[in-house]
Design a protein around this ligand. Structure first.
Ligand SMILES: CC(C)(COP(=O)(O)OP(=O)(O)OC[C@H]1O[C@@H](n2cnc3c(N)ncnc32)[C@H](O)[C@@H]1OP(=O)(O)O)[C@@H](O)C(=O)NCCC(=O)NCCS
Length: 253
């Protein structure tokens, strides 16, 4: 009896700890979602002036996008991805589903404009939970052809890593079709993303074997204090950054 009671106490204690940990994770996601303009934490990252292009970057909630931006996002996504979806996606490409996904409540955007204020690229990301972990999920990174291979994609992914670090997310995650050779090289070779534990195995359903879920852990110099919850709009920082992607306090590769 004595032994049984000790065991059930242990179990109860473990469950309590797990619940407390989950509450902290949820609070972090909630605080991150409430940040009005996360880019204000990294002012130098509002500009990309390199390799013959001069671009500006802004961060917006899906709710705040105007019709021109909404249409640009959808059309660029369609142009870049429709064929890959049709050849590899579980349900192919569906305009309506994609439009809905792009404008869901939690969707946030990095929008990139050229000197004429024309949109040339975007990133769709969300702060969310993946199982019991707080993560930043990159749903889309889409560049028009004229701004590719200039380091912009890498720069935008660095912004996501910095945001994830600042908001105390554990990882940046994304999904990539195995057949999207350029993207696979970009994420896995250049940016050192790795296949995540939750990625479907090759032996699973045929459609699932056509994509990987990739992730990159957010490294910290010092581990987080237990039960540390950032307040919305008051995410503290001791991370200094420069626009060459070198950071002090977060590893960006
Ligand atoms: C994938 C994508 C985001 C890359 O952005 P980008 O700005 O062109 O990439 P960068 O210039 O930052 O490249 C960084 C490195 O990634 C690798 N890389 C990027 N594009 C590559 C390509 N087409 N082929 C091979 N390697 C590539 C290279 O190592 C490159 O470094 P280098 O130019 O010094 O050789 C962009 O090509 C794109 O929008 N593609 C269409 C949409 C898409 O497939 N998105 C991903 C969906 S999951």
């Amino acid at each position: 009896m004595g032994r049984k009671s000790a065991k059930s106490k242990e179990k109860k204690q473990r469950r309590k700890e797990e619940n407390a940990k989950l509450a902290v994770s949820l609070a972090k996601v909630d605080a991150a979602c409430k940040l009005e303009d996360p880019l204000s934490l990294f002012e130098p990252f509002r500009k990309f002036d390199r390799n013959g292009v001069s671009l500006t970057i802004e961060c917006k909630h899906a709710d705040d996008l105007d019709d021109t931006a909404k249409e640009f996002i959808f059309q660029l996504c369609k142009k870049n991805m429709q064929k890959l979806y049709e050849e590899n996606g579980i349900q192919g490409w569906k305009d309506r589903d994609k439009r809905e996904e792009l404008l869901e409540d939690k969707a946030r955007y990095l929008l990139v404009r050229d000197v004429k204020q024309e949109l040339v690229a975007f990133v769709h990301f969300r702060f969310d939970m993946e199982f019991d972990e707080e993560i930043l999920y990159c749903y889309e990174i889409q560049l028009t052809e004229c701004v590719r291979r200039k380091g912009l994609g890498k720069f935008l992914m660095q912004i996501l890593e910095l945001l994830a670090h600042k908001t105390e997310m554990l990882k940046v995650m994304l999904t990539v079709f195995k057949a999207n050779d350029n993207a696979v090289k970009f994420f896995m070779e250049a940016l050192k993303f790795e296949v995540d534990d939750i990625s479907p195995d090759d032996g699973m359903y045929e459609e699932e074997a056509r994509y990987w879920i990739l992730s990159k852990p957010i490294k910290r110099k010092t581990p987080l204090a237990p039960k540390q919850v950032p307040q919305s709009n008051t995410v503290t920082t001791n991370t200094s950054v420069n626009t060459n992607g070198q950071t002090n306090g977060v590893a960006v590769q």
